[in-house]
Design a protein around this ligand. Sequence first.
Ligand SMILES: C[S@@+](CC[C@H](N)C(=O)[O-])C[C@H]1O[C@@H](n2cnc3c(N)ncnc32)[C@H](O)[C@@H]1O
Length: 355
Amino acid sequence: MTSDSTPRRTNPVGGALDLRAALIERIGGYMSAHAIGVAAELGLADLIGSGSRTSEELASDTQAHEPSLRRLLRLLVSDGIMTEPRPGQFTLTEIGSQLRADSPGSLQNFARMFTDPLFLTSWQGLRHTVTSGERAFDHAYGSGVYAYLAGHPETSALFNEAMSEESRHSAAQLAAEFDFPDSGTLIDLGGGDGTLLTAILRSRPGLRGVVFDSASGVAEAPATLRKAGLADRCEVQAGDFFESVPGGGDLYLIKSVFQDWGDDESRAILRTCRAHMPESATLLIVGSVLPETADTSTPVMFLTDANMMVTTGGRERTESEFRAMLEETGFTVRSVGDRDAGPLSVIQAVPAVAS
Ligand SMILES: C[S@@+](CC[C@H](N)C(=O)[O-])C[C@H]1O[C@@H](n2cnc3c(N)ncnc32)[C@H](O)[C@@H]1O
């Protein structure tokens, strides 16, 4: 097996055994997820890097119980995250390399966040959600996700890091799909720690920016902008997009936000945007656009959709659902990006002109 080979997912024998193995693997999906989360927590990918390490070395570096760690590593091998070229020696596959903190598309914090007890406990309440329609997260924790994060700075910092990992990666796709202007003001609503705006402003020296998010959401934004040397071109504003958003922008970007909210709340956010943005401004919604019927081509979107159902009460949407929501809240849709171009689509809308 080379380090890049696609993991074998099912028993090669064929027939009924194959089908049973295929389902058992899926039933055990939470075990695999947990194994990846522990690998991320222990920093195993950083320790292995581009070389190879033995389970003894890794156990000594992480103060782990070697026989148990070795079994964890072998599970990760069976899942295509690592290889075991010689007994007890481990290297990363291309997929597993994304758990390294220095990987350009690192998912280390993403893996930690989504296997954190916060999410695992919520998912244990899936049945509650499916039978009652209520958010399992609120049922378990007594408040919504963002209210919880506001009171738990450490988890909030991990959440913001996980989001910014995703944004760092998608910034390139976004820059390729949308030709940002080199002047005016771009306002990133729910912009978190400013990672996405930083990437855009770096490529557009004449553009100014505003990162807008809740107080806990923007907590790390000033440091991100300072580090990028952009503090003089970008403001940070804390606020609540149900109440108001900054006025005077030319472009309003809102990425991976509507998935967090149900239809009523999403319409409320859009109405706030409509009320505060100039008539000449453009709204750019960036996120997943679900296919009209489910298929196996985009499992990540359906995972996110179900995760939102359980945790935030939000949902992913189809193009027709986005169009209806925008039209109801006073926008005209200019374009919807090609769903095949990547996991994120850009929807451009402008304030509708009253006729
Ligand atoms: C899923 S994250 C997306 C972050 C960022 N746009 C990205 O794509 O990485 C949603 C963001 O919405 C922010 N948010 C939640 N409720 C908010 C509110 N009432 N007002 C402003 N921002 C809010 C969160 O703090 C969080 O940063």
